[in-house]
Design a protein around this ligand. Structure first.
Ligand SMILES: C[S@@+](CC[C@H](N)C(=O)[O-])C[C@H]1O[C@@H](n2cnc3c(N)ncnc32)[C@H](O)[C@@H]1O
Length: 287
């Protein structure tokens, strides 16, 4: 039931806004372009990965569906704890890196599906899994439809991860884009859309440290130009900003920052809501 605010329509409006200008059907091309870089940087995010995984209730007999798995930052370590993982991603290049990462880690229980979540027919392309995970991958246009399908795909538990707020300096953002940074805090929408759907989700805010390394200032400028769609005429502003925030270490330039994420999670059925006496993987997420 929708209340005074229609959160799904609001989500669609935000989704069409400046931060999301590309068309959703172009997602695969967009992410193909970043696959190599994601693989270099995301696979180093061990501390963040560990913090996410220890908050999930995972058992050796479980099947896990990872929506928007990317290069397998979560899918690969999760596969070591459960029976099977389905890694779904529309980007072929992301999945190619995921397969390399599986080999490197000696993991062979991940099945890859190269599709957008919107194009999945439940019961035909994918059967329900014990646990469904979507980590920083919920850019879909119709969030209510997306969440209803996610809920239907999960037999026991769902874990969604979203960044909380922006981290880029407000003044710098405005200089780059000529407009205020959009107040994009996705989990607020997810929580409210779920609530209107009759799903009372839990939210846990997780702090993490993030470190990115660059070979040189030029390397950082080029990567940022690509990643944040910085127009050539703003290269000077970008260079000045990066010079201020990067610190030198072991011949590399490092960007260190703290970030906050939200884990929006819920359990599906009676069996799942019963307290288990032990949580074999990490901490009890309800604490
Ligand atoms: C920021 S990456 C996150 C990767 C990984 N989940 C992680 O946490 O490291 C976002 C991923 O979502 C995927 N993605 C984008 N649109 C999608 C869609 N409509 N359905 C499924 N996955 C999508 C992208 O291809 C990309 O690999």
């Amino acid at each position: 039931m929708t209340g005074i605010i229609n959160w799904n329509e609001l989500w669609k409006t935000m989704r069409s806004g400046s931060a999301w200008r590309r068309a959703p059907e172009k997602d695969a091309d967009f992410w193909d372009k970043y696959a190599k870089r994601c693989n270099e940087s995301l696979m180093q995010s061990n501390e963040r990965t560990e913090r996410q995984i220890t908050k999930m209730e995972l058992y050796p007999e479980y099947s896990v569906l990872d929506i928007g798995s990317g290069v397998g930052r979560l899918a690969v370590p999760i596969a070591k704890k459960v029976k099977t993982v389905t890694a779904l991603d529309p980007s072929k290049d992301m999945l190619a890196y995921l397969k390399e990462n599986m080999k490197k880690e000696g993991v062979n229980n991940i099945v890859c599906t190269n599709k957008r979540w919107e194009d999945i027919e439940l019961g035909e392309d994918i059967e329900p899994h014990d646990v469904v995970v979507a980590s920083y991958s919920l850019g879909m246009f119709d969030m209510q439809e997306t969440l209803a399908k996610i809920d239907a795909a999960a037999k026991r538990c769902v874990y969604l991860f979203e960044f909380v707020g922006g981290w880029m300096d407000e003044k710098f953002w405005k200089e780059l884009h000529g407009e205020r940074r959009p107040a994009w805090t996705g989990y607020i929408y997810l929580y409210n859309i779920l609530h209107d759907m009759g799903i009372c989700a839990n939210v846990k805010i997780i702090d993490s440290d993030y470190e990115q390394q660059y070979d040189s200032l030029d390397d950082a400028v080029n990567k940022w130009k690509d990643m944040y769609d910085v127009p050539s005429e703003k290269e000077g502003v970008l260079t000045e900003y990066l010079t201020k925030i990067l610190v030198e270490r072991d011949g590399k330039l490092c960007l260190k920052r703290k970030s906050k994420s939200a884990m929006v999670w819920w359990k599906k059925n009676h069996e799942c809501t019963e307290q288990r006496s032990q949580y074999p993987v990490g901490e009890n997420p309800t604490r």
